[in-house]
Design a protein around this ligand. Sequence first.
Ligand SMILES: NC(=O)c1ccc[n+]([C@@H]2O[C@H](COP(=O)([O-])OP(=O)(O)OC[C@H]3O[C@@H](n4cnc5c(N)ncnc54)[C@H](OP(=O)(O)O)[C@@H]3O)[C@@H](O)[C@H]2O)c1
Length: 305
Amino acid sequence: MIKIFRITAKNKILILGSNGQLGSHLSNDLAKLGEVTSLDRNGFNFENPESLDLIIKRLSPKFIINAAAFTNVDGAEDFEKIAYQVNALTVKKLAILAHENNAVLIHFSTDYVFDGLKEEPYLENDIARPISVYGNSKLEGENYINEICSKYLILRTSGVISKNEDNFISKIINLSNDRDELNIVSDQQSSLNFSGFISQAVLEILTELESNIDKEKRWGIYHLSGQEPGTWYEFAKFTQEISKKINPDSNFSKIDINPIPSTQFIQKAKRPKYSFLSSVKLKEDFGIELPNWKKSIIEVMENNE
Ligand SMILES: NC(=O)c1ccc[n+]([C@@H]2O[C@H](COP(=O)([O-])OP(=O)(O)OC[C@H]3O[C@@H](n4cnc5c(N)ncnc54)[C@H](OP(=O)(O)O)[C@@H]3O)[C@@H](O)[C@H]2O)c1
């Protein structure tokens, strides 16, 4: 489906993947900056990229925001070809078209491009060595953009959560309805980030870029995450703390949550043990910081009606 949010403003913004956790926030927030055209899977399917030339030539956007991705980390192990098509090959085509049409490309990537062996916050210039198909496909997409584009930002984030149904918070709450206890991995560290906070940060970044775009030099990769790491177990326990305050009678508020090592939780794709992203560069260059993961969880839990 194609939605056009505002027709009067000067900046033309194309958002791809507008149905996702991040894409849906961006579609609303970026209307403050210009005329937004939001395309979901029906408006443009990354598995069949033929129509992309026509879309970009017709719209002639100043900013192209790619929030679409094959984000099912375990599913990517089974559907490798589709994951590469969506996360890498169509991203290459997007990069070429953005470059040819002098558009700024804003693309999102992931902490899962790292192998997790560093054990301290990952910086943008740390070597990426993914350990899953998803991570590899996202890194390949990044590499194409780095090679092809001159005006682009790759914003790597982690653990995106929202009020949508398919994320860590909704999964643990739904699981508590038919389990006696929840066993949650306590030896993998990353961070959770509310998609609305990421979207607001993107709005601030674009507002800055837009003001002096011809002289802009701050292109490249940025990490975009809250300030503190945490484990999935810590995220789950804190979510339950909030749940006990706002919904004390729910199954989730009462269920036992136990820490387990990742060796006891078999998943198809390997995950990095430590993938916390340092966002210091973003703060230094743009003066922007995301709230910590506790604020992200509160945002999702407390405004969940
Ligand atoms: N989710 C996380 O925890 C996480 C962590 C780190 C980085 N990231 C990155 O952050 C970005 C946004 O993630 P998110 O959490 O908003 O993901 P999401 O909620 O899964 O949204 C992804 C969107 O991509 C769309 N999509 C998938 N395949 C497509 C295709 N073939 N054609 C067109 N659209 C397609 C999906 O469409 P449908 O709605 O139709 O399925 C969905 O709307 C992605 O680049 C992701 O890699 C996410």
